[in-house]
Design a protein around this ligand. Sequence first.
Ligand SMILES: Cc1cc2nc3c(=O)[nH]c(=O)nc-3n(C[C@H](O)[C@H](O)[C@H](O)COP(=O)(O)O)c2cc1C
Length: 208
Amino acid sequence: MNRILVTYATMAGSTAEVAQAMGEEIIKSGLQVDILPLGEVRDLETYDGVVIGGPMIMGWHRDALRFLKKYREAFQRIPLAVFVMAMSLTQTGETSVGDVPVYVDEDLPKPPEKEGSLNFRERYARLSKYLQPILKVIRPVKPVSMGIFGGRLEYGRLKWWAVLFVMLIIQAPAGERRNWTAIRSWAARLTAAFQNEATKASGLKQAS
Ligand SMILES: Cc1cc2nc3c(=O)[nH]c(=O)nc-3n(C[C@H](O)[C@H](O)[C@H](O)COP(=O)(O)O)c2cc1C
């Protein structure tokens, strides 16, 4: 295990800084890391692990979904980790989706207004609702880990329709919600997760 790619989609720039911080953590474990926007990735074959992230923008960022779809075959061989940036998440106690362990930034989830019944907005912002579509595009591949973290929202950077959507559906106040401790600690554990996956895969190969 030598080389890891950290790649990201972004709308307003904050996910790029998150990818940078994650890359810095992975480098600490002695690996070579490339940190690139999705559009600059030419090939995955030289990588031993890929971390891909993007913000929720009415569903996970479309470019990130497209990227996963494009390289679905490659992810049968190269271990994958996925992170999602968001401003709204309903507290449901879920810690995995479709058998994939999910690390949830503890500052992000908000309990439902009424215990036992979720309103439209709360149903929309469930962990499974956010993550299932991501898992669907790469099926049968399963990421070694998924992480979901608070992001950054600045109305001044958005077009009017985006402001409207965020105000009506997300109902999240603007501001900085990135929890660098959570972001870095998830990233720091990825090297071990990638290594485990690689060991498992080579064991399977030898057995067959
Ligand atoms: C148009 C739009 C739609 C968004 N949709 C969601 C959403 O569905 N759920 C959520 O939790 N956050 C949503 N957000 C918040 C973003 O995911 C968050 O601000 C993110 O950190 C932005 O990352 P970026 O700076 O890399 O673009 C939305 C933001 C915008 C502008």
